[in-house]
Design a protein around this ligand. Structure first.
Ligand code: 5GP
Length: 174
């Protein structure tokens, strides 16, 4: 069995979670299977190494934190979190973004990324692209260079990638 098939078969699918009409893709199924997990990280690193000189990995709250640090560790570069409002200490930069109902704020610690550093943003899943788009804004807002966005899973019919101004890579597509 190929690596991609093993990873795909390990992703759980849950109809009507967390709300009716949503088919939730559960990436934790992959992490529960060590062989699938190993394959996924190999696939991720193959893709990341195709990108031009990533210097910082930014992971999105919260499942981006499962993948970002491993990628950063493998590349020998820093990992930096983007979190929901009120979770990060010290001075932060903020960006507001619109959700289905209401809005939310994402934050990044000031000085966490040095001027000129090339940034890769990582999250588990790209749906509408709203979360990724807001995070891209946060990076460009502080004048840092975005070289790519990585989603482990991409829901391609929704075309969230169209909202993003950086190259988008995904490992598994639905
Ligand atoms: P978007 O902003 O692209 O519409 O939604 C992406 C965000 O919502 C990601 O941070 C992702 O973790 C979460 N998300 C939305 N749908 C799913 C899903 O089916 N499975 C998982 N694991 N996360 C989801």
């Amino acid at each position: 069995q190929g690596k991609l098939d093993l990873v795909r078969d390990s992703i759980g699918s849950y109809p009507d979670f967390p709300k009716p009409g949503i088919l939730f893709r559960d990436i934790f199924g992959v992490l529960q299977n060590p062989k699938a997990s190993e394959c996924l990280f190999e696939l991720i690193l193959e893709e990341v190494k195709k990108l031009p000189s990533v210097e910082v990995v930014v992971g999105l709250d919260s499942r981006g934190f499962l993948f970002g640090p491993v990628i950063a560790l493998n590349l020998g570069i820093p990992f930096v979190p983007v979190r929901k409002r009120g979770k990060l200490p010290g001075k932060v930069q903020q960006v507001a973004f619109v959700l289905e109902y209401g809005q939310d704020v994402l934050e990044l610690q000031e000085d966490s990324i040095k001027p000129g550093q090339k940034v890769l943003i990582v999250d588990d899943l790209l749906a509408t692209g709203g979360t990724m788009e807001a995070s891209c804004k946060l990076i460009t807002q502080i004048g840092r260079e975005l070289v790519g966005c990585l989603a482990i899973i991409e829901l391609i019919d929704i075309q969230g990638r169209k909202k993003l101004n950086a190259p988008v890579t995904s490992i598994i597509q639905y």
